[in-house]
Design a protein around this ligand. Structure first.
Ligand code: BDP
Length: 335
């Protein structure tokens, strides 16, 4: 009887242990607010991971920069293994994996279709692989749409500069934390200011720390920046995708089978995010136009000036990736 009891107890312990070790709970840090396309996609990713791993892997999504005050902090937490996942812009990731600059050079893509043909093709996959192989401690899971970025400034800054000539002399513009982006604004005559999170841009414009920033319609609207800088100059300089990242340390805490599920499920959520993106892009533009902001459309000749002035970035940041850049341009011939 005693033997039987011991056996039953031992079995119960093994079961409890295996249940406990099978259940891993990770956190995912997101900069954007609840309801933003990337947040919705993170949540869909978390839901599918839990469903497909039958509860072995759980992911809790924290929106609104709650877990990390900047995307760089989130990336460093992933490297340290104190955070499992984050959704960030590819721009700060390039500071850790420079090859990523090759897919976010200015005027690289003809349109969104061209960009997605690249991201969903061999080049996109090779960039995700490069993140993992770079020794950065990061795993790139998939891309999300982030449209095109353009400059926005206060009315007085708009008067001060000459946007028709792509001359931003005298302007201080908040840029993402990426040397290439800082250099981009210098090529237009302005000064790039980094170290300001996307959620701090509004107050930085209001207090005069910067004259403006640059972003897509949804972030310009959702962060409320259009209320502080009401002139949006549509130069569409870059298309910088979003990236969903996993910590390499976290990846060691799940089975190979579950890691494969995580990677597969992430890719599946791209389509969902793109749908949400299209809806948000349209509604954000509507809100901004209805608010009476000045939306400046540039002529093809004016756009060509921006492209020309920013062209040195191809040599300065793309010299090691000329093959990839040429391939991207070649893919563009179909669009
Ligand atoms: C937005 C991206 C977000 C970045 C932000 C930025 O979605 O990840 O934090 O730009 O400019 O478009 O920092």
């Amino acid at each position: 009887m005693k033997k039987l009891l011991t056996l039953v107890l031992a079995l119960a312990l093994v079961c409890a242990l295996s249940v406990a070790s099978a259940d891993v709970v990770f956190q995912l840090a997101e900069t954007h607010a609840e309801g933003y396309p990337t947040t919705l996609a993170d949540q869909e990713f978390a839901r599918l991971v839990e469903e497909r791993t039958e509860g072995r892997v759980k992911i809790e999504v924290y929106a609104g920069s709650v877990l990390a005050d900047s995307e760089n902090t989130a990336i460093e937490m992933l490297q340290a293994g104190t955070l499992g996942f984050t959704r960030v812009s590819a721009s700060p990731v390039a500071s850790y994996v420079p090859a990523l600059n090759a897919i976010q050079l200015p005027y690289l893509y003809k349109n969104a279709e061209h960009e997605w043909a690249v991201l969903d093709g061999e080049i996109g996959q090779s960039m995700l692989d490069a993140i993992q192989e770079s020794g950065s401690g990061l795993i790139g899971l998939c891309y999300y749409d982030s449209g095109a970025r353009s400059f926005y400034i206060t009315p007085s800054a708009y008067e001060k500069a000459n946007f028709a000539e792509a001359d931003l002399s005298g302007l201080k513009i908040r840029m993402q934390s990426n040397q290439m982006m800082v250099r981009m604004i210098e090529l237009l005559g302005g000064t790039g200011v980094t170290g300001i999170g996307a959620n701090e841009v509004y107050s930085s414009i209001q207090t005069g720390v910067v004259d403006g920033a640059e972003n897509n319609w949804p972030t310009y609207q959702n962060m409320g920046d259009y209320e502080a800088a009401s002139v949006y100059v549509l130069d569409y300089h870059t298309r910088v995708p979003e990236i969903l990242l996993m910590s390499e340390i976290a990846s060691m805490m799940v089975s190979e089978e579950d890691l494969a599920i995580i990677k597969e499920v992430a890719k599946e959520t791209e389509a969902y995010e793109k749908e949400q993106w299209a809806l948000k892009e349209a509604s954000a533009e509507q809100i901004i136009r209805d608010a009476g902001c000045t939306v400046v459309e540039l002529t093809d000749e004016q756009l060509a000036l921006y492209e020309e002035k920013m062209a040195p970035l191809y040599d300065e940041f793309g010299a090691d990736y000329t093959d990839i850049i040429e391939q991207i341009k070649a893919i563009g011939e179909d669009f």
